[in-house]
Write a protein that binds this ligand. Structure first.
Ligand SMILES: CC(C)(COP(=O)([O-])OP(=O)([O-])OC[C@H]1O[C@@H](n2cnc3c(N)ncnc32)[C@H](O)[C@@H]1OP(=O)([O-])[O-])[C@@H](O)C(=O)NCCC(=O)NCCSC(=O)C[C@@](C)(O)CC(=O)[O-]
Length: 544
């Protein structure tokens, strides 16, 4: 059995499936721009068009102009393994046209059912298989990759329910003829999660490997995303989708658009599963094309138009916990010497990286942190910001060079605290080690805290001035006898947990990462740590 990875690959079919059944003429320029924007949003598999009978699909009659456009030619010429730009072809004639434009991948398509096969390609299922085999043979001989579709996996619009054995037969034929992957087309959108599970299990038992399958769900009954989720849970990792939820086959009456790419990306990112796609740019593109074609667009783009990006309102904790798995934190983002930052899904992790000085905050570090928070505070695709450090300290306080007084640094620090406090995201301090003075206040400015066992927090002040004063403001605690004792001594995690100031205590650094992920996923979150933000309280300087 193939080893399953959490990552998914999304194949954007908007420029072909999304547009093919739209009646009003769409200019070649708009089609090219759509492809360009999708590529710009991070999509790395885009079905460009189809080379089919222009009488049958008039909307794509300009396929050759699309392929000959300089923008598309440049994309096709790019020698990049991570970029797949298939073109749908029904026969070797279509393949020849595709090859003449430098296309490196084609998609062949057959139906599992006779009624749709006749309507779609004017031939039987068997004739469709033979045509596809001729295309695949010639393509592979010419060094062109071939992807395959099986349509009507659940229901045929003319014949009714589909026999799973026909789907199995077609999938096997496509793989045998050399398709590297078979996309299962729920052409009519009749699928439900139960049907999805049952068919995938059936195909698996029939000898088809899950990593050779993709899901292609239409959203006729609003089941698109839930079918994708179900297929994901069954082990499928490749999904076709269309920006703006456009689409449908002109030969499948009643069928609606493909599941929208924005909704899939939104769902996967909320589950901590990276797609490599920039959701904000994708939403813009989905809105742009839907508006141009006077279509309603995807649910995600409709809701994200009016977003008040209070991170936690965008989260779907149930999905996150259903799909819980250990995350990787890939690709260090442009980073400075002092601060590293990483992104996975909708989470940003900021790591203070000056372990030799206990991550004490220099003027430069404070300004870098302010920039970093400002950038992510305004990004609607980020839900949580996690602040942590390397070494024995989370943060040992302020690093004040002799020649500078504390005053300028304190002003900067206040600005940082204000920026964090006013962040619309959920900010979690993940205390990898001790926090002292300004470092302790930094932890308390965050919405939530988790810490490693053995770490302590020490404000280093005995009077409600400066850092203790800030802490009481940010946490909403009053200066009373039970909390005033926090100021003068190192306090351990257990004590802070009793006071409701820390959500979780981890047994070690590895456990801290696991607890962080579970905590961020909304698992076992105590309401006690959802402290009120200080923006409701006035932030005053409490002394210098
Ligand atoms: C399959 C054929 C070509 C058979 O076509 P045919 O009707 O059997 O007759 P033909 O082979 O003699 O060709 C008919 C006309 O098409 C021309 N022709 C023939 N081939 C080409 C070509 N490659 N490029 C451009 N033109 C072509 C050919 O020259 C002739 O022109 P005419 O003499 O009428 O002026 C035709 O029925 C056809 O093009 N059907 C369109 C199929 C289609 O695009 N369907 C939608 C895509 S499939 C889909 O949506 C499902 C999927 C993949 O998304 C997954 C899912 O959701 O399930």
């Amino acid at each position: 059995m193939a080893r399953l990875t959490p990552q998914v690959r999304i194949v954007e079919v908007g420029p072909r499936d999304g547009l093919q059944s739209i009646k009003d003429a769409i200019s070649t320029e708009t089609k090219v721009q759509l492809i360009q924007r999708l590529h710009g949003a991070g999509l790395r598999a885009i079905e460009l068009t189809s080379v089919v009978s222009p009488r049958r699909v008039p909307q794509l009659a300009d396929c050759q102009q699309v392929l000959a456009d300089p923008v598309i030619r440049e994309l096709l010429a790019a020698d990049r393994e991570d970029l797949r730009l298939p073109v749908l072809v029904p026969n070797t004639r279509g393949l020849d046209v595709a090859i003449s434009h430098g296309v490196k991948e084609v998609a062949v398509f057959i139906s599992a059912t006779e009624g749709f096969s006749k309507a779609n390609i004017n031939g039987t299922v068997q004739q469709g298989i033979e045509r596809a085999r001729r295309v695949a043979r010639k393509a592979i001989d010419s060094g062109i990759a071939v992807r395959g579709y099986v349509s009507c996996i659940f229901v045929d619009p003319y014949n009714g329910p589909t026999e799973p054995s026909s789907v199995l037969r077609c999938a096997k034929e496509l793989l045998d003829m050399g398709c590297y992957e078979v996309s299962l087309g729920d052409t009519t959108g009749a699928g439900t999660p139960a049907k999805v599970t049952s068919l995938i299990r059936y195909l698996e038992k029939g000898g088809i490997l899950l990593d050779r399958l993709a899901g292609h769900f239409h959203d006729t009954h609003g089941q698109g995303t839930v079918n994708v989720l179900q297929a994901y849970l069954c082990g499928i990792r490749v999904f076709d989708a269309s920006a703006g939820g456009l689409g449908g086959c002109p030969f499948a009456p009643g069928a609606k658009g493909n599941v929208s790419t924005e909704d899939l990306v939104f769902m996967f990112h909320n589950a901590g599963i990276d797609t490599g796609i920039n959701l904000a740019e994708l939403v813009e593109t989905g809105k742009w094309i839907a508006d141009r074609l006077r279509q309603p667009g995807s649910r995600s783009s409709q809701s994200m138009r009016n977003i008040q990006p209070r991170g936690r309102e965008l989260r779907l904790p149930a999905f996150r916990s259903m799909l819980y798995m250990k995350k990787s934190w890939p690709r260090p983002k442009p980073t400075t010497k002092n601060i590293h930052f990483y992104q996975t899904g909708d989470d940003i992790k900021i790591v203070l990286n000056q372990p030799n000085s206990g991550n004490a905050l220099t003027k430069l570090m404070i300004s870098e942190l302010i920039d970093c928070f400002r950038t992510h505070n305004s990004n609607p695709c980020v839900s949580r910001i996690i602040l942590t450090g390397t070494g024995r300290y989370f943060c040992a306080g302020l690093d004040i060079p002799r020649r500078n007084g504390i005053t300028t640094q304190f002003d900067d620090l206040m600005q940082l605290f204000e920026t964090i406090d006013q962040s619309p995201k959920t900010v979690i301090a993940c205390l990898n080690g001790h926090a002292r003075g300004a470092g302790a206040a930094l932890a308390f400015v965050c919405d939530r805290r988790i810490m490693v066992k053995g770490a302590t927090i020490e404000l280093g002040e005995t009077r409600p001035k400066k850092f203790p004063g800030l802490v009481y403001r940010y946490t909403g605690l009053g200066w009373n006898s039970s909390t005033s004792g926090l100021s003068a001594r190192p306090i351990n995690g257990s004590e802070l947990k009793i006071l409701g100031l820390v959500g979780e205590i981890a047994d070690g650094q590895e456990d801290l990462q696991i607890k962080l992920e579970m905590y961020a996923n909304g698992q076992d979150v105590s309401e006690k740590v959802l402290v009120p933000t200080a923006t409701k309280l006035s932030i005053e300087r409490t002394g210098s």
